[in-house]
Design a binder for this molecule. Structure first.
Ligand code: UDP
Length: 468
């Protein structure tokens, strides 16, 4: 491959580790496979956190980064949706992005995420090609492209629509499973969402962290429905290979897993910040116990908001009794076949461990891709963002996930949890889900191998950039 160290790619992730990590993984790929040098520009609403600085400090020198001056968001009302905050930070950061771009040389492309659409205009002014990196499914992206029409034709709240929406080649999707920002049409998040999706036709191309064999029909629709759409590039699965936390919790998890039987452990985790209510945690605890299966559970303190610790990444939980909210005597009762860890586990290492046989997950797309790559079947327990859409696709479409039934209130009862856990770990449905996801795992490996589709797609784009 040609040496591109002079040609630069500018990458602009939204604030928050959840946005930074996937874009950095993509940056690493552009650098390691195609030798571009990368500049990451970091808009924010607060000074850099230690999680950010220590994560960024591990990058090779060809990937540099600059924190932009923080944007004051304290004037926004409390409880405002995070989409609104992110959009505000980006739109106010435009002048900094503009002046930084002007000071850099040999920039061949600008890549941002789904919230950074304001930078498409800045790139155009400076004659730089802009791209979006989409960290979810082709199904979700297709839904976004179709959404404006729904907005114009549906007058009620989407969750009250009787019929599901059927996108070409996709599982039927009911309004209640639509992404969070459209669940209340009067919320400011809805306005921001409409603003953003209208701008998804502006970049030159959209990279999607999914792959052709996983969603052939959705990708086909994305590419062929509308000639005015940007180029669509399936480049996934791009997953992280260990966040290098090096915490003792991590070691404890792995040595405990070493002592379990192959395929016997259910891993239970709700992503980097997902939390459950007090009542739901207790049902889950009892359900896991009743299932009789072994489990490794990343237990977070209860919260009324589903992404209770999204921004703090569950820093708490180190007090004297980190599991004080669990039923009396629980930890003792399950200690022979369960390991409970507070706030964080080395997920990649856990999913790739032979003892792990199932994953009860919030269906965040990164977690989902990791489960696919390592061939671990799922129990889908979506919480926020586009996770309900992912759950529907995994359960009804790909059939690699079981989904517990919830009450009208959303609560999932202990007996139902015990039933799906037993089914996943040893029942008929579990066996089929395991077979299916092993097939997908093989396809995931192939598409990212030297001559695989995702590898070739990214190489083609890199070649185009090289010719600039
Ligand atoms: N993760 C981890 N340990 C944990 C929880 C999360 O390593 O205890 C990692 C996980 O492997 C994934 C990311 O954090 O790469 C979570 O991303 P995802 O899209 O699944 O969910 P989000 O946190 O954005 O809701």
């Amino acid at each position: 491959t040609k040496n591109n160290t002079k040609q630069q790619i500018v990458i602009i992730p939204s604030p928050g580790m959840g946005h930074l990590i996937p874009l950095v993984e993509f940056a690493k790929l552009l650098h390691s496979h195609h030798h571009f040098s990368i500049t990451i520009l970091l808009p924010s609403s607060s000074p850099p956190t230690s999680a950010q600085t220590s994560f960024l400090a591990t990058l090779p020198s060809a990937i540099s980064y600059t924190f932009l001056p923080p944007i004051d968001t304290t004037m926004l009302p409390p409880n405002i949706a995070h989409e609104v905050i992110l959009h505000r930070v980006h739109s106010r950061s435009i002048p900094y992005i503009r002046s930084t771009l002007a000071s850099l040389s040999s920039v061949v492309a600008l890549v941002t995420d789904i919230f950074g659409t304001d930078y498409f205009d800045v790139a155009r002014e400076t004659g730089i090609a802009s791209y979006m990196y989409f960290t979810s499914t082709a199904f979700c992206l297709l839904f976004f492209f179709h959404f404006y029409r729904l907005h114009e034709t549906v007058s009620c709240e989407y969750r009250d629509m009787k019929d599901p929406v059927v996108l070409p080649g996709c599982v039927p999707l009911y309004g209640k499973d639509f992404v969070d920002p459209v669940q209340n049409r009067n919320d400011e998040a809805y306005e921001v969402f409409l603003y953003l999706i209208k701008r998804y036709s502006l970049p030159e191309g959209i990279f999607v962290n999914s792959f052709l064999d996983l969603e052939p029909d959705a990708f086909n629709a994305l590419k062929t429905e509308d000639p005015n759409r940007p180029e669509i590039y399936p480049v996934g699965p791009v997953i992280q290979y260990g966040l290098g936390r090096g915490a003792d919790e991590g070691l404890e998890c792995l040595s405990w897993l070493d002592r379990q039987k192959p395929g016997s452990v259910l891993f239970v985790s709700f992503g980097s910040g997902g939390t459950l209510s007090y009542e739901q945690i207790n049902e889950l605890a009892i359900g896991l116990e009743k299932s009789g299966e072994s489990f490794l559970w990343v237990v977070r303190a209860p919260s009324d908001s589903a992404f209770g610790s999204f921004f703090t990444q569950g820093q708490g939980g180190k007090e004297n009794n980190p599991f004080g909210f669990l039923p009396d005597g629980y930890v003792d009762r399950v200690k022979d076949r369960a390991l409970l860890v507070p706030s964080w586990a080395p997920q990649i290492e856990v999913l790739s461990h032979v003892s792990t046989g199932g994953f009860l997950s919030h269906c965040g797309w990164n977690s989902t891709l990791e489960s696919i790559v390592y061939g671990v079947p799922l129990i889908a327990w979506p919480l926020y963002a586009e996770q309900r859409m992912n759950a529907v696709m995994l359960n009804e479409g790909l059939k690699v996930a079981l989904r517990p039934k919830a009450f009208e209130s959303g609560l999932v009862e202990a007996d139902e949890i015990a039933r799906v856990v037993k089914d996943l770990m040893g029942g008929e449905e579990g066996i089929r889900a395991r077979e299916r996801i092993k097939e997908l795992s093989e396809l995931a490996r192939k598409t990212r191998s030297e001559h695989g589709d995702s590898t070739k797609t990214l190489s083609q784009v890199a070649q185009k950039w090289n010719q600039k």
